[in-house]
Design a protein around this ligand. Sequence first.
Ligand code: F6P
Length: 752
Amino acid sequence: MRPPLTSLRMTLRFVLPLLLVLGAFAYSSVPLMDQLNLRWFMRDLDLRSATLAATLEDPLQDYVPQKAKRKIMQLFDRAILDERLFALGFCDPRGELIYKTATWPKSLGCARDAAPGRAGGRLVDLPQGAVHVTVSTLQREGEALGKLILVHDMSFIERRSADTRKYVMSVFLALGVAISLITVVIARISWRGWLDGVRGVLRGGIAQRAGFTASPEMLPLIGDLRALLNEYQRERLSDDDAKVSAPDKLRALLHNELAGDEVLVVSNREPYIHVKTPEGVEVRRPASGLVTAVEAVMRACSGTWIAHGAGNADRDVVDAHGRVPVPPGHSSYTLRRVWLSKEEEQGYYYGFANEGMWPLCHIAHVRPIFRSSDWEQYVAVNRRFADAVVAEARTEDPVVLVQDYHFALLPRMVRERLPRATIITFWHIPWPNSESFGICPWRAEILEGMLGSTILGFHTPLHRRNFMDTVDRYLETRIEEEASTISYGGKLTQVQSYPISIAWPEAEAQTDSVPACRAAIRRELGLAPDHLLGIGVDRLDYTKGILERFQAVERMLERYPEMVGRFTFVQIAAPSRSSLDEYQNFEARVRSLVQRINVRFGSGGYLPIVLKAEHHEHEAVNRYYRAAEVCMVTSLHDGMNLVAKEFIAARDDERGALVLSQFTGAAMELHAALIINPYHIEQGAEALYRGLMMPAAEQAERMRSMRMLVRDFNVYRWAGRMLHDAARLRQRERVMSKIAEHGAAPGLRRVV
Ligand code: F6P
């Protein structure tokens, strides 16, 4: 219901302009009315004068020859008792005024003014005002007696005109008010009806199923309105999410909104890998954006993380159920390891996931390979992980966070066995367009599997869009575009973009100062203290644009020879999926390119590119971030790329420049980076040079804006948004099932 003040304001907004227009119209029509009035009154006075002259003619024909002045004056005085007749006069044939009433205007002579004019009277302006003068010639037996002059007062016309003006204005005013009120009443009635209609349609599926239909004139607006509402809701939600920017807030959200204290994460890569070294068992953190992000969430929420136990010492540290508390020394959640045979790992991980799905989803011009044997392992391993989820679940409705393309089938498998679970699946890599995805021989199975999720998340709106299009093309579903939901087999999945992020480091987490890191790293590399440094941190993967990055370094040295001997690029490259041909070939190409460039520009102890193709812990990488002038992220295609965000988080000195590929999800957010097309080598070279030469003030300005964004939109917010949406969807499903129950019960009215 609209508050009364708003209604009044709206009414006035309409009524006032209307009244003004009508008033102006009324005012401008007054001179016209005056002219019309004058003409009517003149005609009236002509008639009156003619009648009066005819009445006076008879007695005057007797009195004038008798020169009966007294009788004539009595006659005249009686006549001017009429309030409009102002004066009477009589002129003899010589033009002399021989009789006149006392009111006769001095300035009105006989010769001039008594001359007969046109048929009617005429207006004469006298000092006391305008008068109407008529002249009638009197005769007796054919002989002229003289002229009778009647003078009528015209001032009443002015009075009448003023009255008319008032009258016209008030008529228009009343008319204006009446029209406005009628219009407002009609508009409000139609508005209410229209609004009820729109509300009905916007209430969505429920109202439509209950038989509500929108009137045809509303139809074109409904889509726009729904989109606007969704947008508004998203914005409102993101305001709420803003509060979820810390671990404790995320924990509270999980417990309060999802009434769950049980979180189960499923991913292929485990957060901690136990490996045997000559010094004993070592715990390693893998090079994985996924692990970086989800680990922070798990520390906040606790629960169980189910992952492939891939370390050669993993079995040595777990209990009989494959469980080990982590992080080592500060346990806050449980890592449950799933053991895979060589064949399983080969078919599911190397084969289907990394030779099939990985190149399929990334546009990096490597052909995907799909083998039936790999697919069989993929199905089997997904089932094994689904079994592990069911085994680990202590309640019927756990919150299950499924990670990435390794587990496209798992959401449906879990849904079948735990129908009340909240399943949030996040796809960490891009999603291609529907045509490209169609290459996958098991595309329908993949899509069906994913649609077992409650929430399905992608990094960018484009990837979300691509997924919706793919489903639309290959599955029979009901898609609600505006709400971004897909209904399949009676189950609703919300598909949304949730850009992933990192946990913003506490100030005290940066142990070594930036100057200390700069000095130490240069010392370790045998470089001068003022030597310029670039840094790249990636897995050795063909999607990361490492070759293009080195070519850009080479081109920069060519174009700016003063940089030779002054600049070094350090590439930290974690070995990855090395048993695959494609990755072995790629590593060989990387090594040979580095060698060629180093031979070309290196001299003495100077190497333009230092390749560190080995595992580095986060703390070691962080020192390089803090020591470098420029960080280069040149992925040919990437879901988000958290290296870009980690570099920004590391630079609490607000220095350093980020060169960032336009084909990363991060480029959608980090507009203050130097955005490049990595395929364009010259552009990469120029950006690198520009980053190295960037004035300190510009670095600070760009860095400040990016740091603010990454700090606010951190990983807790990413997880918070998904949990929020899951809670909302659960609520909606609960309401829908209640409605369905009531609708089915006999004697109950249908609730809409
Ligand atoms: O972020 C994409 C991703 O494939 C993750 O799924 C994975 O953990 C990471 O990159 C590293 O890849 P892998 O686990 O195959 O070494």
